[in-house]
Write a protein that binds this ligand. Structure first.
Ligand code: DX5
Ligand code: ZN
Length: 220
């Protein structure tokens, strides 16, 4: 079933509580929290103290997307702040296996994110340990960018790889997800759709989330 993970990157940072409660009421399945460090990506967003404060205002699943160098130094902070899923980037660590294990040992779900240019083969020997794989469909760093067209093929290939390994973990897609491409993304095998600008810039957040969730179809 399709799941919607609105990204708070496009929310009003002076009214985060209000915006999160709007998403919760609208039926969002989880909250996608973009953490950027100004090193791994050319933008700086929020850190663990903000996540900890937000934990007090909602029971939504916290899907924390770490776009940071040296993630091993911060994983515990995000766990203690209330993360339910911690996703790290394959490009940020020489010891991915150990890092995924560290996340899982804390009792939270571990996701692995791949930049558009990063090949799927990096997942191959980790697949059995992962709870989610995030395919970046834009180069990370900013909201509101355009979807990179050839990522459909990457999603299809990943779905096939998961089937081959008999792993029923969700594929998450992030970047440039809109009402226009969400159906195709689902058909290609993506299940968790991150959307920032398509939700927050829409006239009616409730209606947009409802429409996104109502799409369904046949996956490969
Ligand atoms: C980009 C972030 C995304 C971003 C998506 O680096 O990881 O989560 O907020 O924004 P949209 O949906 O506007 O592309
Ligand atoms: Zn993200």
């Amino acid at each position: 079933m399709i799941k919607i993970a609105p990204s708070i990157l496009s929310a009003d940072f002076s009214n985060l509580e209000r915006d999160i409660l709007t998403l919760e009421k609208a039926g969002a399945d989880m909250l996608h929290i973009d953490v950027m460090d100004g090193h791994f990506v050319p933008n700086l967003t929020i850190g663990a103290p903000v996540v900890k404060s937000l934990r007090k205002v909602t029971s939504l699943i916290f899907d924390v997307h770490l776009m940071i160098d040296n993630p091993e130094l911060y994983i515990k902070d995000y766990y203690e702040a209330g993360a339910d899923i911690i996703t790290i980037h394959a490009e940020t660590s020489k010891h991915l296996h150990r890092l995924i294990q560290t996340i899982k040992d804390l009792g939270v779900k571990a996701g692995l994110a791949l930049n558009p240019a990063t090949p799927l083969c990096v997942t191959e020997h980790l697949i059995e340990h992962l709870d989610m794989i995030l395919i970046m469909t834009v180069n990370p760093g900013f909201g509101g960018q355009s979807f990179i067209g050839n990522m459909y093929e990457k999603i299809i290939s990943l779905k096939k790889l998961l089937i081959k390994h008999k792993r029923q973990i969700p594929i998450q897609v992030d970047g440039g997800v809109t009402l226009d491409n969400i159906q195709k993304l689902y058909n290609c095998g993506a299940e968790i759709m991150v959307a920032g600008s398509a939700i927050f810039n829409s006239k009616d957040i409730n209606k947009t989330i409802l429409l996104m969730k109502s799409l369904n179809g046949v996956q490969i």
